[in-house]
Design a protein. Structure first.
Length: 236
């Protein structure tokens, strides 16, 4: 059964920095190749609490990270070209009381997803239909970048809800994913990606109307390559 078509592929080489749109991308067993392989963290914390993200420093969203031939480049809000080094950490340090350290997750075995700073599962998918519905509920124009999805899918008019994806295998290009569950949203979505201003009303609306769930997390079943324009199919 065809669910729709891939409209956008987004990769975020550095956790919580702005990312890049891709025409195509290799999918490894731990997610999109190069997705969230760099991160800022607090050495005094452990586990997930150790990550320093735009929840702590909204200004991080104004820095753009891209990978070219596996080389990371970062562009500052004022257009400067930056490297992944301590100068970048020092530039962000005034925005938080937490001591910023930096990690590059170069996994010797890509299947070891624990080495990457991804969230509940490797791939985050949202649909154009869900975006439109939430925009109507919120009553304001909605920028999909707030949700930091890897794939944006334009869905077919088949009446199939995203809740029916859960537990099923999805095929995109020559890769396969398993829809694991919904993404539970946090304050990240309240930050406008351009102005960096917070609007808590969006998170309240997602909580009231959707139980904080927006988008579907998927794990990788079969690595492969995906491209914009690929159909998204679900096993019957």
């Amino acid at each position: 059964m065809r669910l729709g078509v891939v409209d956008e592929i987004n990769r975020f080489p550095v956790k919580s920095l702005a990312g890049e749109k891709l025409d195509s991308c290799s999918v490894e067993s731990c997610g999109l190749k190069g997705d969230r392989v760099y991160a800022f963290y607090d050495e005094s914390k452990t586990g997930w609490d150790s990550f320093i993200t735009a929840r702590d420093i909204p200004a991080m969203l104004a820095y753009e990270a891209k990978l070219s031939n596996e080389q990371l480049s970062i562009t500052s809000p004022d257009g400067r070209s930056l490297s992944w080094d301590h100068a970048l950490a020092e530039e962000l340090q005034p925005f938080t009381k937490r001591k910023i350290s930096m990690s590059a997750y170069q996994a010797p075995h890509p299947e070891d997803a624990k080495l990457l700073s991804v969230d509940a599962a490797s791939i985050l998918i949202i649909t154009d239909d869900s975006l439109r519905k939430l925009e109507r509920l919120w009553g304001k124009e909605l920028d999909q970048r707030r949700f930091r999805a890897n794939l944006i899918v334009t869905v077919d008019d088949n009446g199939l809800k995203e809740s029916e994806w859960i537990g099923r295998t999805l095929s995109v290009g020559d890769a396969e994913f398993r829809a694991e569950g919904f993404c539970e949203r946090c304050s990240m979505i309240t930050i406008d990606p351009d102005s960096l201003e917070r609007d808590p009303s969006l998170l309240r609306k997602v909580n009231e109307e959707l139980g904080l769930n927006f988008g579907v997390y998927a794990s990788v079943v079969k690595p492969g390559r995906i491209s914009v324009g690929d159909g998204v199919f679900m096993e019957r």
